[in-house]
Design a protein around this ligand. Structure first.
Ligand code: ADP
Ligand code: MG
Length: 481
């Protein structure tokens, strides 16, 4: 039987978090929280006589993305009218970019589960405007909300370089991470501000031609992206293997049945009668501004990961965890500038701070613990003022009451007991009080040693220096033999 390989290209749509819309002064509002049709200008609903004006902030945000995705930038940008008739679009056309998009020929490296890195080509990054949102009701009528109409929208289109659902998902997640780093999109897929549409075809292994593709629409999570893509690959393979042909069409995902279904046969570009938007002049971007925007980009995830590994000796896993979100990475960087040992700070963040954050459902920029305070806490452990276990409790206190670690140690009397004489006295007392356990130990029941350690820690309320306890206990037990 013929072996097939999948060929996949992704289109992603990202709303840009500007104050106002792409071509008007109407506000960009949260599509879930704002009441319907409260952020709408005459332009958004296609009133005759209104004229679009390009939002410079939106162009800057789009440029940030195009640069971060390694695109070549077109200095001469043209907007076009994409004509179609549907109630989500009162003007009867969407202003988009067609022939001269903002960015072309970019790329993005993704990490696969196998540990390999794969480069995905990016065909184009272009600016356009979002459409309104329709809600179809059970009685057959539909409601329309134009708050979203005209919100700046970025379309990011890959080359057909993706070969599996897993790769599609890794790519889409990486784009989301970068959009969040750049501060241009929240990445809230459930709010619809970021949408992913895979184009999928299969071809006989070894063939260089492309097969007929289908496009999956309205996938609202990364899991559905991976599952829907895998389903579509299997479906097309079954069609071809049984002698059928794949039809070029748009398909949806049915979550209940966990399968794709046909929505409509695919429209061609000529159906949209693209032509240059006569109400907007060509947009010229000069090199000085492009370079200014490039220079203002934050350090991006891959660069951060590489720096954490080479400069701080972190493992790739730890480096990726800390670089996952820009704010977390910056918190870590701040801690290091306050003199924290990078590896200890990384361990404390990953093992303890993130656990507290998860439990409290807080993000790094809403917690009370400041980077300098964690550095101070780690310092107290390194100086042996407190032991590791006490430090965990102190961090939990810092987390809830926001007090400095030294103050907590002081006011709760938590300082570690590192005084030989004091610890020896406690050990002696415990050996005297527990002759039965001592005799059993001396008769060869070695595991009772751990029990004695536990007793000492209990007596000292966990404050005894553990290394010292072990050392002094061994000496005390040896002298009994
Ligand atoms: P449109 O969907 O508007 O016609 P394109 O033709 O540029 O736009 O393709 C959109 C996406 O589909 C791109 O990501 C591209 O890589 C991908 N693509 C094009 N042809 C195929 C194919 N035969 N199989 C899979 N993906 C494809
Ligand atoms: Mg398409």
């Amino acid at each position: 039987m013929t072996e097939y390989e999948p060929v996949i290209g992704l289109e992603m749509h990202a709303e840009l978090m500007t104050e106002s819309k792409m071509f008007s002064k109407a506000k960009v509002v949260d599509s879930v929280e704002a009441a319907p049709n409260t952020a709408v200008s005459p332009l958004c609903i296609g009133m005759p006589g209104t004229l679009p004006v390009i939002n410079q902030k939106a162009v800057e945000y789009a440029l940030r993305v195009a640069l971060a995705l390694n695109c070549a930038i077109n200095h001469h940008n043209i907007f076009a009218r994409k004509n179609y008739f549907y109630p989500d679009l009162p003007k009867g056309y969407q202003i988009s970019q067609y022939e001269q998009p903002l960015g072309v020929n970019g790329w993005l490296d993704i990490e696969l589960e196998s540990g390999e890195t794969k480069r995905i080509g990016i065909r184009r990054v272009h600016m356009e405007e979002d459409t309104g949102k329709l809600t179809h009701q059970d009685d057959g009528t539909s409601l329309v909300d134009y708050n979203r109409a005209g919100v700046p929208l970025l379309e990011i289109v890959t080359e057909p370089d993706i070969r599996s659902g897993e790769e599609a998902r890794a790519y889409a997640m990486k784009v989301r991470q970068i959009l969040r780093y750049l501060g241009v999109n929240s990445g809230d897929m459930e709010k619809g501000v970021l949408r992913v549409e895979p184009n999928i075809s299969i071809r006989p292994v070894g063939s260089t031609e492309f097969g007929t593709r289908t496009e999956l629409k309205n996938l609202n999570s990364f899991r559905v992206l991976a599952d829907g893509t895998a389903y579509e690959i299997a479906r097309q393979t079954a069609v071809l293997q049984s002698g059928g042909t794949v039809i070029q069409e748009t398909r949806g995902w049915h979550e209940g049945r966990r399968e794709t279904f046909s929505q409509r046969t695919k429209e061609e570009a000529e159906d949209y009668r693209y032509f240059p938007e006569p109400d907007l002049p060509p947009l010229h971007l000069d090199d000085a501004w492009i370079e200014e925007v490039r220079a203002s980009l934050p350090e991006l995830p891959d660069a951060k990961v590489a720096r954490y590994m080479t400069a701080y000796g972190l493992s790739e896993y730890d480096a990726r965890v800390l670089a996952e979100e820009r704010a977390v990475g910056e918190w870590f960087d701040t801690a290091v500038t306050h003199g924290g040992t990078p590896k200890s700070i990384a361990n404390w963040m990953i093992n303890e701070l993130f656990r507290l954050m998860n439990e409290a459902k807080l993000s790094i920029d809403t917690i009370q613990v400041r980077p300098a305070a964690l550095v101070e806490l780690v310092g107290l452990v390194e100086k042996q003022t407190i032991n590791h276990n006490t430090a965990k409790d102190v961090l939990a206190e810092m987390f809830t009451i926001g007090m400095a670690p030294a103050q907590i140690v002081e006011s709760r009397g938590l300082a570690q007991i590192s005084d030989d004489a004091a610890i020896t006295a406690v050990i002696q007392q415990i050996l005297n009080d527990n002759p039965e356990q001592l005799n059993r130990y001396l008769a060869g029941e070695e595991k009772l040693r751990g029990w004695f350690v536990g007793q000492v820690m209990r007596q000292t309320k966990g404050k005894a220096n553990p290394a010292l306890v072990n050392h002094l206990l061994d000496a005390a037990l040896a002298s009994q033999k």
